[in-house]
Write a protein that binds this ligand. Sequence first.
Ligand code: SAH
Ligand code: MG
Length: 215
Amino acid sequence: MSNITYDYINDYIREITPESLGILGRIEREAKETDLPIIQKEVARLISVLLSVKKPKKILEIGTAVGYSAILMSNYLQEGGKLITIERYDIMQNAAKENIKEAGLEDTISLIEKDAEEVLPILDDSFDVIFLDGAKGQYNNFLPHCLRLLKKDGLLIADNVLHKGTVAKLRYDIPRRQRTIHKRMRSFLWEITHNSDLETCVLPIGDGVAVCHKK
Ligand code: SAH
Ligand code: MG
């Protein structure tokens, strides 16, 4: 159960969405059988539409996992465009490197094998699109860096912002151990919805996705 939308609606949308081909299809099938974290199908479609309109030259991703979303987003880069993706966990780094190689994207995707907490403050670059998909408890701390690194007219897309729907519940209606994340994610969402530099929407698809346009 998704806890965010009705299952029958999700099921229907997934049914009418064609299977991905090639390496993306293979990773999707693997993710279904194991607990590989990859963006949900609806989120993959949303990102594909946004990026095909945006036609980015540079993309930053926080949270590579096995490289699924990095490979997907690379399809929408302008000729000669680059994607930088950050992953801190060695098992994921190794899987991502293999997938990026298999996809023939070694010259397009650079994997930074470090914690984003270390990388973001010293990153001196600018991006058309930033995809935030790392540890939910850190979004708040990462936000000022993302806003600094995002070009004017750029898009910040953040995944898992409703955290199985818990973020929309009252603090007292969720288990004590989830309350820190709840508080931090609410503060992240408050920030992006009230920042006058941003045009923001929060969508109840997948695990909750926020899309912000930097004016
Ligand atoms: N974007 C991926 C899924 C990412 S899952 C896809 O859709 O294909 C989240 C990943 O973020 C995990 O692999 C986790 O190890 C990584 N991660 C979480 N916090 C991080 C951090 N602070 N720095 C770098 N990687 C992080
Ligand atoms: Mg995610």
